[in-house]
Design a protein around this ligand. Structure first.
Ligand SMILES: [Zn+2]
Length: 62
């Protein structure tokens, strides 16, 4: 299943937002509220909104 990712503002790693593409309704909420995802690598709390995430296509590896 495609996963929804953002880039960490500090270390530029890909962060999994915890959302899959099927959770699309969440994005309507994000547009209003904003959302946060903590980077496991550097500990930065990244605030993101509807325009930030990108979808990682599952290529069958990893
Ligand atoms: Zn980071």
């Amino acid at each position: 299943m495609p996963r929804v990712l953002i880039n960490c503002a500090k270390c530029d790693r890909k962060l999994y937002t915890g959302l899959a593409l099927e959770n699309w309704f969440i994005f309507e909420w994000v547009d209003i509220q904003g959302a946060t995802t903590v980077c496991r690598a550097c500990g930065t709390e990244n605030t993101w909104n509807k325009s930030d995430p990108f979808v990682e296509v599952d290529g069958g590896s990893g």
